[in-house]
Design a protein around this ligand. Structure first.
Ligand code: VGL
Ligand code: ZN
Length: 204
């Protein structure tokens, strides 16, 4: 699979049970991803990496609460509890994730005023992370996505991967979702429409 790359999205402590923005069952993906990663020559990780006072934090907008939606200069933004603050234990990749072979870690969400669910383009839909250029230069054509959360960072990354021309598959049992007011169902329907494939790890 020289032209394929496994992209492990945000497998970080703050998205695990007990973390600041815990995704139900988030830790269950770790052994599944470890089994998958053993079979890939190319592995890339993403890491949500926010400065203190980030625009996606409810704590940065007095009078708001986590999970409310507000309007920012680039459009709608869900407000989250403070999470994945640069350099904190919560921002670290899960210690059981066997990622020694990963060749690149894309850190995203580091501009204070712009969120970035996608590993390709920030929420202003203009600022690129550089991942597309990296993968194209490595002649990668197929992306297999796993990690957290299915309906936010995995889905946005998958949709942008399709726009960038990659054959894209989301490995469902290697992901877990936040599922805010139907967001998981919407994410799957958007991904299916965009030509993202849905697979189970056992079938790969
Ligand atoms: C994520 C919400 C906020 C994710 C990151 O990794 O899906 N979700 N920041
Ligand atoms: Zn975030």
């Amino acid at each position: 699979m020289r032209n394929a790359c496994l992209v492990v999205v945000d497998a970080q402590n703050d998205f695990m049970p007990g973390g600041a923005l815990a995704v139900p069952g988030g830790d269950e993906v770790v052994p599944v991803i470890n089994r998958l990663a053993a079979r890939f020559e190319n592995v890339v990780l993403t890491q949500d990496w926010h400065p203190r006072g980030h625009a996606s934090f409810a704590s940065s907008h007095p009078g708001t609460k986590p999970f409310e939606v507000i309007q920012l200069h680039y459009g709608k933004q869900v407000l989250w509890p403070d999470h994945c603050v640069q350099g904190t234990a919560g921002a670290a990749i899960h210690s059981q994730l066997d990622v020694q072979k990963a060749q690149l870690v894309i850190r995203k969400g580091h501009h204070r005023g712009i969120d970035s669910y996608s590993a390709f383009l920030e929420a202003d839909r203009k600022t690129a992370t550089g991942l597309k250029g990296y993968l194209k230069e490595r002649e990668i054509e197929r992306l297999l996505l796993c990690g957290l959360a299915t309906d936010f960072c995995v889905a946005w990354t998958a949709l942008d991967a399709r726009s960038a021309g990659f054959e894209t598959t989301v490995i469902e049992d290697a992901c877990r979702a936040i599922d805010l007011e139907g967001s998981l169902g919407r994410a799957w329907s958007d991904m299916t429409k965009a030509g993202v494939r849905r697979a189970q790890s056992a079938a790969l």
